[in-house]
Design a protein around this ligand. Structure first.
Ligand code: NAP
Ligand code: MG
Length: 400
C-alpha cells in the first residue's frame, strides 16, 4: 500500500517521561507505516531545553508561526523538586507552554474525547463541550494589599500624557484586604479572534460569558471587544449556520448543564480555570482531554491536556508495562494531521486522521481499554484493561 504523502512538514515538539515513550510508540505503530510523515523536529525534552538554554522552545514556537501547525508532547515544567532530580539543570526553566503561548499569543481550547461506553456525569451531554480559557491577566496578575488600621484605599492611573485618574476604592474603619487587577485590550482582542476562528474551524456555536451586569466597565470591555471582533466573522458564521451567543456567567452555567453539548464555551481567566476542571471531570478522565493552542493568525499547536505521567514512567523504568492511556496524545497527532491536510488540500491525510480516531474509538468500544478507562465503563459493559502497547497494537491492526 503506498504511503499517504504530505507536502508541508508539521512542527514536532518532543517531550518528557512517559509521554515521550508513548510518542515514539505512536509514531512507530500508527503513523510511520501509513504516512510519509514530514516533520520539523524540536526536542523539548527537559535536558535539551537545558542544553540549548531553552532556545529550542523559542525556535519551535517560531517554527509554528512559520509552518502553521504543530504537535507537542507533554513536557516537564521544572520546580524545586525537579532541580534536585536533575542536578545538571542550570536554571529553573519556564513552562514551555507559557513560552509558546506568549510567542503565539494564542488561546487554549480543551475538548474531551467522548465514547459511548463512558457516560458523562451530566446525562444529557451527548457531544463534547470545548472550554476556551482566556489565559492573561485578571486575578492571575493582580496586586494585593492587607491593611491593619482605618484609612482610605484609592486606585490611580497616571497616563503618559500627564493626565491622572483616581477612584476611591473604599474608606475602611478597620483591618481590610484590597486587590487591583487589569487586562489589556490587545489581549482580549487576540482572545476574541482565536475564539471566533476556532468556532469557524470546528463549525461549532460559540458561547461567551462574563458578569457585565456587576462589572460594567471591566467585563463590559470584554463584551464590547467580542462584539466588535464578531463583525469580522459574522458572514462566516452565517454561511456555516453557527451562532455567537453572549450571556451572563451564571446563566451560562445553568444552560451548559441543561445543554446537549457540542459548542465552545469561552470563559474569562478565572471562570475558565474553574469550569475546565468541572467539564473535564464530568466527562470522565483527564487522559481523554485534548488541547489545542490557537493563535489569532490561525496557527495551531495540538497536545494532550495531561502531563508527562511521572508515576507511570518510574514504574516503566522498573520494568513494568505502562498502563498509560495514549488517547489524548494520539488525538493531538490526528488534530495536527487533519489541520495540515486541510491547509494543504490533502484529502487522504484528512481522512487518515478520521480513520485513526475511529480505529481508537472502535478499539475502546471492543472492550480493550487502558486501565483507568476500564474502571469508568458503564455497568454491563465488558472491559479488559490492556497496556499502552497492547492498546496501540490493537489500534494498528484495525487501521491496517
Ligand atoms: P500528570 O502527568 O497529568 O499526571 C497526574 C496523574 O493523572 C497521573 O499520575 C495518573 O494517575 C493520571 N494520568 C494523567 N495522564 C494519564 C494518562 N494518559 N493515562 C493514565 N493516567 C493518567 O500530572 P502531574 O503528575 O501533576 O505532572 C507530571 C509532570 O507533567 C510535571 O513535571 C508537570 O510539569 C508536567 N505537566 C506538563 C503539562 C504539559 O506539558 N502540557 C501539563 C501538566 C503537567 P495515576 O498515577 O493515579 O495513575
Ligand atoms: Mg484549575
Amino acid at each position: 500500500m503506498p504511503k499517504i504523502q504530505m507536502t508541508t512538514p508539521l512542527v514536532e515538539m518532543d517531550g518528557d517521561e512517559m509521554t515521550r515513550i508513548l510518542w515514539r510508540m505512536i509514531k512507530d505503530k500508527l503513523l510511520l507505516p501509513f504516512i510519509d510523515l514530514k516533520t520539523e523536529y524540536y526536542d523539548l525534552g527537559l535536558l535539551n531545553r537545558n542544553d540549548t538554554k531553552d532556545q529550542v522552545t523559542i525556535d519551535a514556537a517560531h517554527a509554528t508561526k512559520r509552518l502553521g501547525v504543530a504537535v507537542k508532547c507533554a513536557t516537564i515544567t521544572p520546580n524545586q523538586q525537579r532541580m534536585e532530580e536533575y542536578p545538571q539543570l542550570t536554571e529553573m526553566w519556564k513552562s514551555p507552554n507559557a513560552t509558546i503561548r506568549a510567542i503565539l499569543d494564542g488561546t487554549v481550547f480543551r475538548t474531551p474525547i467522548v465514547i459511548d461506553c463512558i457516560k458523562p456525569a451530566v446525562k444529557n451531554w451527548l457531544k463534547p463541550i470545548t472550554i476556551a480559557r482566556h489565559a492573561y491577566g485578571d486575578v492571575y496578575k493582580a496586586v494585593e494589599l492587607k491593611t491593619d488600621e482605618p484609612g482610605e484605599c484609592t486606585l490611580t492611573f497616571k497616563g503618559e500624557s500627564g493626565r491622572e485618574q483616581t477612584l476611591t476604592v473604599q474608606k475602611t474603619k478597620g483591618p481590610a484586604v484590597f486587590q487591583a487587577m487589569h487586562n489589556l485590550d490587545s489581549s482580549i482582542r487576540s482572545y476574541a479572534k482565536s475564539c471566533f476562528q476556532y468556532a469557524v474551524d470546528t463549525k461549532q456555536d460559540l458561547w461567551f460569558s462574563t458578569k457585565d451586569t456587576i462589572s460594567k466597565v471591566y467585563d463590559g470591555r470584554f463584551k464590547a471587544i467580542f462584539d466588535e471582533e464578531f463583525e469580522n466573522y459574522k458572514d462566516a458564521f452565517k454561511a456555516l449556520g453557527i451562532e455567537y451567543f453572549y450571556t451572563l456567567i451564571d446563566d451560562a452555567v445553568a444552560r451548559v448543564i441543561r445543554s446537549k453539548g457540542g459548542f465552545i464555551w469561552a470563559c474569562k481567566n478565572y471562570d475558565g480555570d474553574v469550569m475546565s476542571d468541572m467539564i473535564s471531570t464530568a466527562f470522565g478522565s483527564l487522559a481523554m482531554m485534548t488541547s489545542v493552542l490557537v493563535a489569532p493568525d490561525g496557527a495551531c499547536e495540538f497536545e494532550a491536556a495531561h502531563g508527562t505521567v511521572t508515576r507511570h514512567y518510574y514504574n516503566y523504568l522498573k520494568g513494568e508495562k505502562p498502563a498509560t492511556n495514549p488517547m489524548a496524545t494520539i488525538f493531538a497527532w490526528t488534530g495536527a494531521l487533519r489541520k495540515r491536510g486541510e491547509l494543504d488540500k490533502l484529502p487522504h491525510l484528512v481522512s487518515f486522521a478520521g480513520r485513526l480516531e475511529q480505529a481508537c474509538i472502535d478499539t475502546l468500544m471492543s472492550g480493550k481499554m487502558p486501565k483507568e478507562l476500564a474502571a469508568l465503563a458503564e455497568p454491563g459493559f465488558t472491559a479488559t484493561a490492556v497496556s499502552a502497547e497492547d492498546f496501540l497494537d490493537a489500534v494498528a491492526a484495525r487501521l491496517s
